[in-house]
Design a protein around this ligand. Structure first.
Ligand SMILES: [Zn+2]
Length: 743
């Protein structure tokens, strides 16, 4: 905390005790004077403050009139306040101990340090002279000193996080701030839909009358009928009320079915009579600005639904012609429901700290991985949202763009017109960005440009469809990126899953687990006797499912010096995982088990979403019989020195050598990888799953036992040896014959 505030800054400091309460409004006056807010906005915020209390800056922020960075920027740039960022908050422990959290939280102030002549603090509204005066008295009281107060400025978020880090405040205390954060009073609640039955019959009745009256009624006319409008609005608002993610409207022979997707599972909501099918579908298509006359080809559109004054919800609409008519699926893009606050995603404290470290580096490639539906987009958006500041240029290439961010340049990718991820990325580099997000790395071209961008001073975010962190590195090597480049460009890999969260109203303890089994799942032998595992029951609160909402499971591999060395040395995936764990990585399974210990989710859910990694148990114990691989999973990696071999059980695999596919193994019962077991030499080719495959693994270091136990394997191995010998023999004969010819 070096430089003292300049003269303009000091002029705002309190010299006499201010009892008028004007200090509380000072920040509003400044922002208004600088043109950051209008008079009306200022007035509205003041009214809100009178009604519900709170700080003016927080209210302005909540109302969306200013950005989180506005105050810091204005006070820092124009009024000479020293800006203290989260990463700069390193208070002395004595100070934290001496000044209780309860005494400073209402000021959103944080003590930074004490010197011989002054005490340095930071707060969100240093312009509030009354607050500064009160704080000065309080802090001096606690420290038994009589020093001046030097006041710096920080964002609300930074201060709250500093509270969490240094005052170790409880989740409840933390949530109080968060709650405070999103408490805008919605004067007009969402139209409530209590009685769908009456909406539907109202719509159907009205239409029947129309059909009797006028048999040539056009769809458009019917679609604009009040009951249809009401019904469609009802379908949309109910979806928002219930917090579903998608609405499926599907025509069948005898009815039009409406289903909702909630927490990842579909459930049926209602059947609509066929008499209103066309009218309902047309109404939705009109809202989405689609061609209502066109029913034979798929169409895409968007609906913007306004709810109350401030809230709008976007729906992405797509139609599909099916046997019984057009089906429509609507994805809800509810901006307010999107959790783009990184601190609210449910990271464990250490993981969260590591993430903050990684995104605060000036450059590097940061990857988020996981299967479809694992919440990668939300995580990426949260990372970007956190970095979205006035002094940072952010460009994104997305397919599709799901949410619009103020201040971020978002570019839609359209393969059909040549606007690919790679093309967008190339163009980005000429736009002088600080941060780039590319929706997905699918090919070598995109991967190469992303790596290059990361190595030339940009922060680059992207996603990959890989199962965990170590395999992500393997995938990039498979795509064709040299390992030394990965070692220097990648700063972190975050792999994630979404599991269902147990309903807090009805979750109950599950007993009767076999301790041996629990150990096999990854629990520690010592903790098992004391373990309390919760499971689902089902109540009205959770629609009888026993689950409500989701919980993220995260595996974060920070590319530390050691991890970088290992990547550079191209070590096998298992070794990389082992090392990453030593360097602090918590595997997905362990992250899941932690959520089980906390009673947040059930053991079943974790077992379903994560697999135990091979370090914990030898491979042939984890999966004594069959191993399953997804498309493009690498079973054997070229150049590695492992010696297990495999028998194909189901599906097919590719043989890849030097990045080129040289063969395919498609016959169940075929063996592969056995030469390494026989000769102990490095792998001469990679084996990659083609689609899903199932293979049986044989431990190469237990060759004798395997031969003893499995006669058919022994047969095969000797067959391979005999063939090799025969082949070598023929080669020798051929060479000998050629030599004789020449002489
Ligand atoms: Zn429940």
């Amino acid at each position: 905390m070096a430089a003292a505030p300049n003269k303009r800054g000091t002029s705002l400091k309190a010299t006499i005790k201010d009892q008028s309460g004007a200090g509380k409004l000072k920040i509003g006056e400044l922002l208004s004077k600088e043109g950051q807010i209008t008079n009306t906005q200022f007035q509205a915020a003041q009214n809100q403050m009178k009604k519900g209390g709170g700080r003016l800056s927080s209210i302005l922020l909540q109302m969306g009139h200013i950005d989180p960075e506005t105050i810091v920027n204005v006070l820092g740039r124009l009024y000479g306040y020293q800006v203290v960022k989260y990463s700069d908050i390193k208070p002395s422990p004595q100070l934290i101990q001496a000044i209780p959290f309860q005494e400073i939280k209402e000021y959103l102030a944080f003590p930074l340090g004490a010197r011989s002549d002054q005490i340095v603090i930071t707060m969100t509204e240093p312009t509030d002279t009354t607050a500064v005066e009160e704080l000065k008295e309080k802090i001096n009281g606690f420290l038994k000193t009589n020093k001046n107060l030097k006041v710096c400025v920080s964002t609300e978020n930074d201060i709250i996080e500093a509270y969490r880090d240094f005052y170790k405040i409880s989740e409840e205390e933390y949530k109080e701030f968060i709650h405070f954060d999103d408490e805008p009073e919605d004067e007009e609640p969402v139209t409530s839909v209590d009685d769908f039955g009456s909406l539907v019959s109202e719509a159907a009745d009205e239409l029947e009358v129309h059909e009797v009256d006028d048999s040539s009624t056009s769809d458009e006319f019917m679609a604009s009928d009040a009951p249809i409008i009401k019904l469609v609005n009802g379908i949309l608002t109910k979806a928002i009320q219930d917090g579903v993610s998608d609405i499926h409207i599907e025509p069948f022979e005898k009815s039009l079915q409406v289903r909702y997707r909630l927490d990842g599972s579909l459930f049926k909501s209602m059947n609509l009579p066929l008499s209103i099918k066309n009218a309902v579908l047309s109404r939705i298509k009109i809202l989405a600005e689609l061609d209502i006359a066109e029913r034979r080809v798929p169409q895409d559109g968007r609906i913007k639904l306004r709810l109350g004054k401030k809230k709008t919800v976007d729906f992405r609409v797509s139609t599909l012609p099916t046997l019984w008519g057009e089906g429509i699926v609507m994805r809800i893009l509810d901006q307010s429901a999107l959790n783009v606050d990184l601190s609210k995603l449910g990271f464990e404290t250490d993981t969260f700290k590591a993430i903050k470290r990684c995104i605060n580096r000036p450059y590097g490639l940061l990857l988020v991985t996981g299967p479809t539906g694992s919440g990668k987009t939300t995580t990426l958006y949260s990372l970007l949202n956190r970095l979205n500041q006035d002094d940072t240029k952010i460009l994104t290439a997305e397919d599709p763009i799901e949410f619009n961010f103020r201040g971020i340049n978002q570019v839609p990718v359209k393969d059909s017109v040549g606007m690919t991820f790679a093309a967008a990325l190339k163009a980005f580099l000429r736009q002088d960005p600080d941060i780039i997000m590319v929706g997905e790395i699918r090919d070598i071209t995109t991967a190469e440009i992303a790596i290059k961008a990361a190595m030339t001073g940009h922060l680059v975010f992207s996603t990959l469809h890989t199962n965990d962190c170590p395999s992500t590195i393997g995938r990039l090597i498979d795509i064709g990126i040299p390992s030394y480049m990965l070692a220097s460009a990648v700063t972190m890999v975050l792999s994630q899953r979404l599991g269902r969260r147990l309903c807090p109203e009805c979750k109950q303890e599950v007993t009767g687990y076999d301790p041996n089994e629990l150990e096999l799942y990854g629990f520690n032998k010592k903790e098992i006797p004391k373990l309390k595992i919760m499971g689902p029951k089902g109540c009205a609160h959770c629609n009888g499912t026993g689950y409500k909402g989701r919980v993220g499971l995260y595996e974060l591999m920070e590319v530390t010096d050691e991890v970088a060395k290992a990547i550079n040395a191209n070590v096998p995936e298992d070794q990389l995982r082992k090392l990453a764990v030593q360097e602090g990585m918590v595997t997905l399974r362990d992250a899941g088990l932690e959520k089980v210990r906390q009673g947040v989710t059930s053991l079943d859910e974790v077992l379903k979403k994560t697999t135990i990694t091979k370090e914990a148990l030898p491979a042939y114990l984890v999966n004594p019989d069959i191993e399953k691989y997804e498309d493009k999973d690498v079973i054997i990696r070229e150049g590695n020195n492992d010696i297990d071999f495999f028998k194909l059980v189901k599906g097919a695999v590719y043989v890849v050598k030097g990045g080129k596919k040289i063969a395919e193994i498609t016959e169940p019962g075929e063996y592969f990888g056995e030469m390494a077991a026989i000769t102990g030499e490095a792998r001469t080719a990679s084996i990659v799953s083609k689609g899903r495959s199932e293979v049986k693994r044989f431990p190469g270091d237990k060759l004798l036992e395997v031969i003893e136990k499995y006669p058919d394997v022994a047969n095969h191995l000797f067959g391979v040896l005999a063939n090799r010998l025969d082949h070598a023999n023929k080669l020798l004969l051929k060479t000998a014959a050629q030599k004789t010819d020449k002489h």
